[in-house]
Design a protein around this ligand. Structure first.
Ligand SMILES: C[C@@H](N)C(=O)N[C@H](C)C(=O)O
Ligand SMILES: [Zn+2]
Length: 257
């Protein structure tokens, strides 16, 4: 494969490289996190029905965490710090193609299809999710150096799968009442679009604050900036593609290595 003028490698195919969007293949510098650090747990929600949309999201073809190599290496360092304290990292989302972001935008604009509201955004109308900053129309995730993640105490306990259509519980309910996640108690579940998901929310217990600050400290030491609105969202400070929004599918086939 040659190097395209935009710095990406791989063949150009239909629909690629519109404005700042890029080819259907990842640049050579993208990797699967599991190849860099096989000990980091994966719970890739957007390839499943257990997310705020309630179905697999366009562009997610496999439960993979694709990232720039720099980000994967930084996560490997963060994982060493987590392991030394008796925890492991668990990723929920990594690279997010622009087509997936566009899927979120279309979903938010449609009336109805609020089937997951009772769990993920019980106290806010879905029309407010973008303006309030819970979801971005141009997301750092599409630049390949942003990750959504938590900490799991070792040894990790297995989790049961979500069954589509099952009764839902508010994502800010007490840890033992909301959907079971082997994460330590972060006060809310992942993608809980609510004030209480703010990292420094005053409305959480001391234990939850300590847990959030532990994750933030581990990530800061590894070179990541946090996002104060969502305790789970981090971006590599020195990201290699600060202005590029990629659009290749989340699939092994997108990688050149
Ligand atoms: C949707 C949520 N997981 C997230 O990543 N939100 C930020 C704001 C984003 O979409 O970039
Ligand atoms: Zn995120």
């Amino acid at each position: 494969d040659g190097i395209n003028g935009d710095g990406t490698s791989g063949d150009r195919t239909s629909g690629d490289a519109v404005g700042e969007r890029h080819a259907d293949r990842a640049p050579e510098s993208f990797v699967a996190l599991s190849d860099v650090d096989p000990t980091i747990l994966h719970d890739i929600r957007y390839v499943t029905h257990h997310n705020f949309v309630g179905r697999p999201v366009r562009g997610y073809q496999e439960p993979l965490c694709l990232l720039t190599d720099e980000t994967a290496q930084a996560l490997r360092r963060a994982q060493q710090a987590a392991l030394s304290r008796g925890y492991t990292l668990k990723v929920y989302d990594c690279f997010r193609p622009q087509r997936s972001v566009d899927d979120f935008v279309r979903w938010a604009q449609q009336d109805g299809n609020d089937r997951m509201r009772a769990e993920f955004y019980p106290r806010i109308d879905k029309s407010r999710l973008f303006p309030e900053g819970y979801i971005a129309e141009q997301s750092g995730h599409s630049r390949g150096s942003t990750v959504d993640l938590t900490l799991v105490e070792l040894p990790a306990t297995p989790q049961r799968p979500y069954v589509p259509g099952e009764p839902l519980t508010e994502c800010f309910a007490p840890h033992d009442e909301r959907f079971p996640d082997n994460s330590i108690d972060m006060g809310t579940g992942f993608d809980c679009f609510d004030d209480t998901a703010a990292t420094e929310s005053p409305d959480v217990t001391d234990e939850v604050r300590d847990n959030r600050f532990l994750l933030r400290d581990i990530m800061a030491d590894a070179g990541f900036d946090d996002y104060p609105v969502e305790w789970w969202h981090f971006t590599l400070s020195d990201e290699p593609y600060p202005d590029t929004y990629f659009d290749f599918p989340v699939s092994r086939k997108s990688l050149s290595r």
